[in-house]
Ligand binder design. Structure first.
Ligand SMILES: [Zn+2]
Length: 208
């Protein structure tokens, strides 16, 4: 039997599988949304779909955190791919969905000023010890890949994860093409990494 949970906005009670989970990003004041049932440490709060629809024009406040309508719109874009097939959101059921979520989160992280893009910025961020996650495009050039890997080797315990193509990452970040990027917030980094791995990429340096 599906557990019932309350929507944080309208207080309506719904089966958990129909709700979205709200997670606060560590320290950044940002929040993210994901299908309920997807594990994430911290307090569980839920949002119903009608309230999500309203949040598209009004934005969403939760605790001390807030999402702008634009940020909600980006998340909804990622989730709609999911909702179009089955009503139930099975995390990781379809690779492209999880990847879409990851890209939406990257967009959010960028708005929160937690993303450094491109070769120079990324390498600088890694060397400064400020990178929590490095995403390398699947079609990144050999030189870029080599430079990133060399720099990462000198940085303790940090590895890159394979992302989608340069164009796909670029689209999510409002650029033509992004070959490599660093996420500087650990909360965003964890969520984004989880999504990409939920999408079937091979795990590196397992931190589950
Ligand atoms: Zn609601």
């Amino acid at each position: 039997m599906t557990p019932i949970r309350q929507c944080v906005v309208c207080r309506g009670r719904h089966p958990k599988t129909e709700l979205l989970r709200i997670a606060e990003s560590d320290g950044s004041g940002g929040i993210s949304l994901m299908p309920a049932g997807q594990y994430r440490p911290g307090r569980s709060r839920y949002l119903c779909r009608p309230c999500l629809e309203r949040a598209r024009t009004r934005g969403l406040s939760c605790g001390n955190s807030r999402l702008t309508p634009g940020a909600v719109e980006e998340i909804v874009g990622g989730l709609e791919t999911n909702a179009s097939g089955e009503a139930e959101c099975e995390p990781g059921a379809r690779p492209s969905d999880a990847e879409g979520h990851a890209l939406s989160l990257l967009g959010l992280a960028l708005r929160a000023n937690r993303v450094r893009m491109g070769r120079d910025e990324t390498l600088k961020t890694i060397r400064a010890g400020k990178a929590a996650l490095v995403v390398l495009a699947s079609d990144a050039g050999k030189d870029l890949r080599g430079a990133v890997e060399t720099t990462l080797r000198d940085a303790t315990g940090l590895e890159s994860i394979p992302g989608p193509s340069k164009q796909e990452i670029g689209r999510a970040l409002g650029r033509r093409s992004v070959g490599v990027l660093a996420v500087t917030d650990t909360g965003f980094a964890r969520s984004i990494r989880d999504r990409f791995f939920a999408g079937g990429a091979s795990e590196i340096g397992g931190t589950s």
